[in-house]
Design a protein around this ligand. Structure first.
Ligand code: HEC
Ligand code: HEC
Ligand code: HEC
Length: 192
């Protein structure tokens, strides 16, 4: 029943409110239900693992089940993940990736904090109707922060970079630009 509910919710595109279904799944099922264009699947497909699963011998690189296990929807266990990577990579390599990934996400979180500080200030200074653009840039920033987190999780350079940090920088710049426009508009009005 929960699985059916999951499928129904995914189909009508309200995944943000959907519950992860219980049960065992294959890679093909994970991909079909999450969607080929979802950040999690698209990012993995662009990663070296995703490419190798398509073009190399089966089992050489991990698909969804290889890392998340078939019973994907249970609490993540970081220690188990290190063990998983350790089947194919050295502990030192994994530790380096983990440290780099944590730094990359911390920089992303800093950008989010800066954006939220500015947005909070604007919310105190302007009516909600004037803030639609700023709110939209902030929503976009949160989406790109998730891309970044997934890019780090899935070792996907495209999602760490093109769909991650540069996209976040763009959101932050646009948010600042919109705020400056609001301030300029107010100054112009007060001079009239
Ligand atoms: C029948 C649909 C369906 C299938 C099949 C499915 N998922 Fe999900 N999954 C969901 C839904 C719905 C959510 C919750 C909403 C969201 O995060 O998009 C979710 C959430 C997740 C999460 C977020 C963490 C969590 O547990 O809340 C991970 C990780 C995940 N799925 C991985 C997988 C993997 C790996 C597979 C295959 C082994 C898989 N899923 C198969 C529907 C599905
Ligand atoms: C190389 C290992 C690996 C592979 C392959 C992999 N994942 Fe992940 N995935 C992770 C790790 C590590 C995380 C971050 C920690 C966590 O949430 O489990 C993650 C996170 C996620 C999340 C986000 C959970 C959140 O907090 O938002 C989803 C959804 C997800 N994976 C789905 C998938 C799907 C679907 C596939 C197959 C297309 C897949 N993953 C393949 C390792 C992997
Ligand atoms: C089933 C074996 C397997 C597992 C499990 C696995 N990998 Fe891989 N991984 C590979 C193979 C094979 C390559 C390609 C190596 C090459 O460049 O020749 C690769 C490549 C990579 C690369 C890209 C390296 C580069 O030079 O571009 C990264 C990063 C990576 N893996 C990280 C991880 C992490 C982190 C985990 C655990 C979450 C993991 N891998 C789990 C087999 C695996």
């Amino acid at each position: 029943m929960r699985r059916l509910l999951g499928i129904m919710l995914m189909c009508i595109g309200v995944s943000a409110f959907a519950q992860p279904p219980a049960g065992k799944f294959t890679d093909a099922q994970c991909i079909a239900c999450h969607g080929a264009e979802s950040a999690e699947v698209h990012g993995w497909r662009l990663s070296k693992h995703g490419v190798l699963v398509r073009i190399s011998t089966p089992g050489r690189a991990p698909g969804c089940v290889g890392c998340h296990t078939a019973t994907a929807h249970q609490p993540a266990d970081a220690a188990r993940m290190d063990q998983t990577c350790g089947h194919c990579h050295s502990p030192r390599y994994i530790a380096t990736l983990r440290a780099n990934g944590a730094r990359m996400i911390e920089v992303g979180n800093m950008k989010q904090r800066e954006a939220l500080t500015l947005l909070t200030r604007a919310r105190g200074e302007f009516p909600a109707a004037a803030l639609a653009d700023m709110e939209a840039h902030y929503a976009s920033l949160q989406k790109h922060l998730r891309n970044l987190r997934l890019g780090v999780a899935h070792q996907s350079p495209d999602y760490q970079w093109w769909h991650g940090h540069p996209a976040l920088d763009g959101d932050l710049l646009r948010l600042k630009g919109t705020y400056d426009d609001l301030l300029r508009g107010r100054t112009a009005k007060s001079k009239q």
